[in-house]
Design a protein around this ligand. Sequence first.
Ligand SMILES: Cc1cc2nc3c(=O)[nH]c(=O)nc-3n(C[C@H](O)[C@H](O)[C@H](O)COP(=O)(O)O)c2cc1C
Length: 462
Amino acid sequence: MKITVLNGSPKGKKSATIHYVHYIQKRFPHHELNIIDISQRINRIDRDENAFREIIDHIDSSDGVLWATPVYVTLVPSQFKRFIELAFERGAATAFKDKYAAVLVTSIHFFDHTACNYLASVCEDLGMKYVGSFSPDMYDLIRTKERQRLVGFAEDSFTAVENRRPTARQFAPIVYNPITYEPGDGSRPIDPGDKKILVVTDGMQRGPNLAGMIDRFKRSFSRDIEVVSLSDIDIKGGCLGCCQCGLDGVCAYDGKDGYIDFYNSKVKTADILVFAGEIRDRYLSWKWKQFFDRRFFHTHIPSLMGKQVGFIISGPLSQVPNLRQIFDAYSEWEQANLVDCVTDEYDSSSTIDDLLQGVAERLVRCADRRYVRPETFLGHGGRKIFRDDIWGRLRFAFQVDHNYYKRHGLYDFPQKRYKMRFFNWKMMLLTRIPAVRKAFPDRTVDEMIRPHQNVIRDMDKE
Ligand SMILES: Cc1cc2nc3c(=O)[nH]c(=O)nc-3n(C[C@H](O)[C@H](O)[C@H](O)COP(=O)(O)O)c2cc1C
């Protein structure tokens, strides 16, 4: 069987992910696995139609495709994203159609599920028969049990192709027929005071709606606000995954392009940040992905603490909950407050006007109150994953993060809470007494709400 492996790692042959593929290759020598480095060669693939066609021909003549990629910022690297866009743009979908597809992503399990969902839905949109994904930790390959799992995944995927196994669709096809948005007057301009408001767009719009929405949003304010297009910033390329930033906070692109200066001087200094873009396949554009990937120069340190964030989206966001989750997760681990996402999925321009006016008002109000809503599992769980890895195996590579986490109390492991440990020790002893055990259920419910009752009781003293 002939399988085309599309390598999404910008590190090409030095990729950890591709070593999982080498392991499969050695275990299943009777199958032919042809690895094509996509992300590392993306500029050439983008520029040179022949290079692109060569890859498509490979796919066309193979029995299946393995998408093998690292997770970069909750998705795939921007370079891989660009390739996916090219596949749609250059009418190459027919080569993918009805091909079997599997997904292999490596990561540290921080939003690896959103990357898997993304690739699965893209496969299905390309008409492929998606058989499943495998998402190991980047170092799982060194563990015997995990290698056995990898063999299980490969065997199952090969069998699916050999037996032409029917595949169930996981993500409904997108149906999106937007109105042509015609912005209204914006008659209630609000005064944002001295707050710095920045709208960032990718400048790659294809439809008219996004520009109209940005224009209407701007007119919600009583003074001019800044709009910056990523296309006007000199960004030389996507994140290379070299992790040079981890040692001393210096990115490989430092002094070579305008990204870091833009991020530090504009994005980090804004009080209110609005990201505006069109949905392209099941995410925003590759340009937007490049923006989020390059933010990695700030490593695992939150960079938008206390800021108000909004999204203005042209596209079917309500049909791509995976993307909405990425927006929520991004805002939460940046410790910002996602106020709302406004889209053009409505059947009247005036509804969109009202939503844009509403989000503008709420952004200002939330900034006035310095309101940041509590983290959900997305931010809370994500932070713990970073905490454990920065404290542990990633410490030497991300010394910048380690120092920051230490200084800012992010190493909040429960091990150091001696009072709590003593309390638990005492209570565990007590619960060995039969009478205490018997009273346990009733007492526990009462004790659980005792601190809350105290707060309510003492409210007048606040
Ligand atoms: C820019 C960048 C972004 C990353 N983002 C994530 C992420 O969002 N979630 C995660 O679990 N790991 C993330 N990682 C870790 C990589 O996914 C992981 O190291 C992967 O195994 C690297 O594979 P490769 O060597 O094939 O490129 C990121 C690494 C880099 C360099």
